[in-house]
Design a protein around this ligand. Structure first.
Ligand code: GAF
Length: 376
C-alpha cells in the first residue's frame, strides 16, 4: 500500500511527503456503552488507512483517494466544505484542529486503506485518526495530546458526518498498541492496557458483507433513547444507573426505551467480567458474556439483523466459545472466540451455510492486534 501511495503522490504532485497511518479496530466487548459513560475493550488491528502528506504553501488542501479514484480540492474555512463524503472526514479534522486553536495550512495528500468499509471495523475513525495524528505532527509540533486527537475525530463525526458516536473508535485507533487490548472507562477516560495473547484459541471476524450506514441511521436514535432514560432517572449517563433504578421508572418510559437501557446497564458489567476472566485465562466466561452481548444487541438494543443472528447461531452449533455482533450494528461482522481445533470446521461451516442461505460467502478476517496512529 505504501509503494502505491508513494508512486501516486509523486506522479500527481511531483514531490514526496511524509507517510502516516492509523488503524481500524475490533472491540472484544462493551458495545454502545461509550456514549453512556461505560466501559469498552477495543484494540487496533492490522488493517489501516495510510496517507502521504506534504504542506503545499497555499491555503488549499488537495487530496486524492486511491481506493475511490477521486480527487478533491478545498479551502480551510467553514464555507469550503467539500461535497464528497470521504473528503468531509479530512476537512472535518482540519476544522476541528483549527477550532481548538491549532494550526493547519494547505497540504497535498494521497491516501489509501485496507480497512473493509461498512464492516464495523471503523474505517472512518482510522481515516480521521490518521489525519489528526499527521496534522499534529506537521503543523503543531505534536502539542495536541492523544486524547484530544481522538476527540477531534469524534467531533468530526458529530459535526461533519452526522453520526453522534462515542469515543471508542477514535480512541482505539489513536491509542492502539501491538498485542494489547485497552479497557477504557468512558466516564473518567482512565484506561488500562491488557496483554492479549490467546492460548489455544483464535479470534476471528466473520463479515456478513451486509453494509451498515450509521449516518442518518437508527444509531443516533439509540443514543437518544439512552439519554432520555438517563434524564428520567436523574443521572448524567446510564453508567450511573443500576437495574433496580430502571425497574422503578419502568412505567414512565416506553418499553423500547426500557429495553435499550436494560441492555446498556447489563453490558457495563459484562466488560468488567470479561477483563477479569481474561486475566485468569477463563475463556469460557469470556465466551459466555460475548453470547449474552449478542442476545442483548439483537433482542433488547435491536441493532442486529437476520444475517448476523444466523452467523451467531452457526457459531453456537459449531461449539464456538464466544460469538457476537461487533461494532455499531445494522450489518458488518461477528467477532468469534474459537478453540484452535474447532477453527477449520467453524469457518468451513459458516461459509457453506451462509452462502446457501444468502447467496454469498462471508469474508473471514483473522484478528491481529496492532499499533494505532503512527508515522511510517
Ligand atoms: C460505532 C461508534 F462509532 C462507537 O462510538 C460505538 O458507539 C460503537 O458504534 C458501538 O459500540 O462504532
Amino acid at each position: 500500500m505504501k509503494e502505491t501511495i508513494k508512486q501516486c503522490f509523486s506522479e500527481r504532485f511531483g514531490t514526496a511527503g511524509t507517510v502516516y497511518a492509523s488503524s481500524g479496530r475490533i472491540n472484544l466487548i462493551g458495545e454502545h456503552t461509550d456514549y453512556n459513560g461505560g466501559f469498552v475493550f477495543p484494540g487496533a488491528i492490522d488493517k489501516a488507512i495510510m496517507a502521504e502528506i506534504k504542506p503545499n504553501g497555499t491555503d488549499k488542501v488537495r487530496a486524492y483517494s486511491v481506493d475511490i479514484d477521486e480527487y478533491a480540492e478545498f479551502g480551510l474555512n467553514e464555507e469550503d466544505a467539500p461535497r464528497q463524503q470521504w473528503a468531509r472526514y479530512i476537512f472535518g479534522v482540519c476544522r476541528e484542529i483549527i477550532k481548538r486553536g491549532g494550526k493547519v495550512e494547505g497540504f497535498d495528500t494521497v491516501f489509501a486503506g485496507n480497512v473493509p468499509l461498512g464492516a464495523g471495523l471503523s474505517s472512518s475513525a482510522a481515516l480521521e485518526s490518521c489525519f489528526a495524528f499527521a496534522l499534529n505532527d506537521l503543523f503543531n509540533d505534536n502539542k495536541i495530546d492523544k486524547f484530544e486527537l481522538a476527540k477531534i475525530g469524534q467531533s468530526t463525526e458529530h459535526n461533519y458526518c452526522g453520526v453522534n458516536c462515542g469515543i471508542m473508535d477514535q480512541f482505539a485507533s489513536v491509542f492502539g498498541k501491538k498485542d494489547n487490548l485497552i479497557r477504557l472507562d468512558c466516564r473518567s477516560l482512565e484506561y488500562e492496557y491488557f496483554l492479549f495473547k490467546l492460548d489455544g484459541y483464535r479470534l476471528v471476524l466473520v463479515d456478513s458483507k451486509v453494509k451498515h450506514e450509521l449516518v442518518d441511521s437508527p444509531y443516533n436514535k439509540r443514543r437518544a433513547s439512552c439519554e432520555h432514560v438517563a434524564n428520567v432517572l436523574g443521572v448524567e449517563t446510564l453508567r450511573d444507573a443500576e437495574l433496580a433504578d430502571l425497574e422503578k421508572v419502568k412505567d414512565s418510559i416506553s418499553e423500547e426505551d426500557y429495553n435499550r437501557a436494560k441492555y446498556v446497564i447489563e453490558e457495563k458489567q459484562r466488560v468488567l467480567d470479561v477483563c477479569d476472566a481474561l486475566e485468569k485465562g477463563d475463556y469460557e466466561t469470556v465466551g459466555d458474556r460475548m453470547y449474552k452481548t449478542h442476545e442483548g444487541m439483537s433482542k433488547l438494543y435491536e441493532v442486529s439483523c437476520i444475517e448476523l443472528d444466523y452467523l451467531n447461531d452457526i457459531a453456537k452449533e459449531c461449539g464456538v466459545t464466544g460469538s457476537r455482533i461487533m461494532g455499531g450494528g445494522f450489518g458488518g461482522c461477528t467477532i468469534n472466540l474459537v478453540k484452535d481445533e474447532l477453527y477449520d470446521n467453524f469457518i468451513a461451516t459458516a461459509k457453506k451455510k451462509f452462502a446457501e442461505k444468502y447467496g454469498h460467502e462471508p469474508q473471514i478476517y483473522d484478528v491481529v492486534i496492532s499499533d494505532g496512529a503512527r508515522k511510517i
